[in-house]
Each structure stands twice: as structure tokens, then as C-alpha cells.
Design a protein around this ligand. Structure first.
Ligand SMILES: [Zn+2]
Length: 295
């Protein structure tokens, strides 16, 4: 079972072990965080359908990283043993899809959440200020500069700029401009480069799936999200009053399928004891995202 704290070091070791054990997994770095930590991308598959998953845009939603790594391990194992992954033979998924996974978009934030000020040589006074009245970093969502990475994308960013915090903060501050932060830039560049057909951004919490943006989402998003609902019980929600997120920008610029998956119910961070419960649902959603044809 997953170890805690699952910080950026544990992730790096986990990725290395996985890539050593399974030759089907390719690993590279798509850029670096503010503090110079690699932003890892794992790839599996040789197919034409390009599917992307990511986790931990938000620091205190770290469990999404551990969940996605467990899912990918299970997929690689199914490939090796020529088993099913979900309802489809893993080798068929491998032949038909190319999976891209960025398990931890915000490693500096995750490490700050887990280790407090010890995690960073950055200005401790400013981190304490950005953290508001909080005694710990348990509510921290932003990157190490106090920018909310999921408010950084050029999709009605100005609306969030107008109503969100005007200075760096543990959450919600959208930055001075869209795409000022290296982690958000790396995700945008990767997405432009890779021509993804379907993207799943994992957050917590709520057990809901946001699947629309300004009516620009393709019709098949509706059918996909219904299948996710049947597989996981996570309620589809077409739109909310929220902009400048990664999936908002993806739907806006590409008019392809983009989903924000809110894992679990309760208060972030989700308790470690609930991991196995979430794992079953997340795995189901992930398997469906690979096995459901795009057209
Ligand atoms: Zn989130």
C-alpha cells in the first residue's frame, strides 16, 4: 500500500523502480519546478489515441499522485501478465492508445505541504505570510511562489484575476499574467506538443466530474462522463462558475474531451486510510478513459 509522506523524492524512487521493472513504461521530464525539481512524464502505449492524465496540480491533493501511480503500476502489470485492465485486454489498450501521465504537476507545493518550511530554502517569512493564519501547510494548494497553478491558464483568466486574491497566497491567486509559472508552462507546452485527444486532471475532493466549458466540449464528452459515472458513482457536472483551469483551457483551445475529476469526499487532505476506497474508483475511470473509443 502507499507510503506516506508520498513526496517528490518518494515519487522519483517509485518511477525509477517502475521503469526498471516494466520496459513498457517510458519516463522523461517535461520541465522543472520553481525549485528545480523535475516534472516527470510517464508514457505507455503505441496507439493513435492520445490520452493524458495528471495529478497534484494542487499541493494538498497529493493523494491523486499516489493513486495514479498505483493505477499505472496495475496497467503495466496487466501488460506483463497479458491480463485485462478494466474490461479490455491490456495489450489491446497498449496497441490502440498512447498514455501520457504527469503524476505530480506541483512537486514544490506537495513537499511544502508535507515537510513545512524544511521543504524549501525559499523565503520562509514570505511563505508564512502567504499561508494566512494557518498553523500548518495542510491547506496549501499553490506552487512555492503562492500561485494557484490551476488558475494560470488563458481561458477567461481575467475573470479570476478580477475576483481572486491580488497577492501570492496558499490558494487561488492566479498570478500576474496567465502562464507565468514553470509548472503551468510545462503543462501547456506538453499539451501543445502532444495533440492529446482526451485529458483527465485529477483533483480532490467532491466525487464529481466537471466535463464542460462554455459549450465548447464535444458531444461525446457527455457519453464518456456517463460511463465514468456508472463506473465510479462520481456525479457529472457540466459547468461551474470557474475559469482559467487546465481542462477549461484544453476544451477551449482544442474542443476535445477534458475532465476535472474530483476524487473522494471530505476535507483536503483526504485521510490516508481512505486510499483503497478511492483507488477502485479512480482505476475504473482511468481504464474507461483508455478503452472508450474516441469516435
Ligand atoms: Zn484541486
Amino acid at each position: 500500500m502507499v507510503q506516506f509522506p508520498y513526496d517528490s523524492k518518494v515519487l522519483a524512487a517509485d518511477i525509477k523502480q517502475l521503469a526498471d521493472q516494466y520496459h513498457t513504461i517510458k519516463c522523461s521530464s517535461i520541465g522543472y519546478s520553481v525549485l528545480g525539481k523535475p516534472l516527470y512524464e510517464l508514457k505507455i502505449g503505441e496507439g493513435l489515441q492520445s490520452i493524458h492524465w495528471n495529478g497534484s496540480f494542487h499541493a494538498n491533493e497529493w493523494m491523486t499522485t499516489a493513486l495514479l501511480m498505483s493505477v499505472v503500476r496495475s496497467y503495466a502489470k496487466a501488460l506483463e501478465e497479458d491480463e485485462y485492465f478494466g474490461s479490455v485486454k491490456a495489450r489491446d489498450l497498449y496497441a490502440n492508445t498512447t498514455l501520457s501521465l504527469v503524476p505530480m504537476v506541483n512537486p514544490d507545493g506537495v513537499d511544502l505541504f508535507m515537510h513545512g518550511l524544511d521543504a524549501s530554502h525559499a523565503n520562509h517569512n514570505s511563505l508564512v505570510m502567504m499561508n494566512g493564519a494557518n498553523k500548518t501547510f495542510a491547506s496549501w494548494k499553490a506552487n512555492i511562489r503562492g500561485v494557484d497553478l490551476n488558475n494560470q491558464f488563458p481561458a477567461n483568466w481575467e475573470i479570476e484575476k478580477e475576483r481572486k486574491p491580488t497577492a501570492p497566497s496558499f490558494r487561488d491567486y492566479p498570478g500576474e499574467q496567465p502562464l507565468t509559472e514553470p509548472e503551468a508552462i510545462a503543462m501547456a507546452e506538453l499539451t501543445k506538443r502532444c495533440n492529446f485527444d482526451r485529458v483527465l486532471a485529477f483533483h480532490s475532493q467532491g466525487e464529481v466530474i466537471y466535463w464542460g466549458y462554455q459549450g465548447l466540449e464535444p458531444e461525446r464528452s457527455f457519453h464518456m462522463v456517463e460511463a465514468f459515472y456508472k463506473g465510479s458513482g462520481y456525479e457529472p457536472v457540466r459547468t461551474i462558475d470557474s475559469y482559467a483551469g487546465y481542462k477549461d483551457w484544453f476544451i477551449q483551445d482544442y474542443q476535445k474531451e477534458g475532465y476535472t475529476i474530483e476524487v473522494g469526499k471530505g476535507i483536503n487532505p483526504l485521510p490516508l486510510s481512505t486510499f483503497p476506497y478511492h483507488y477502485g474508483r479512480v482505476k475504473e475511470i482511468c481504464a474507461l478513459s483508455l478503452s472508450t473509443p474516441l469516435r
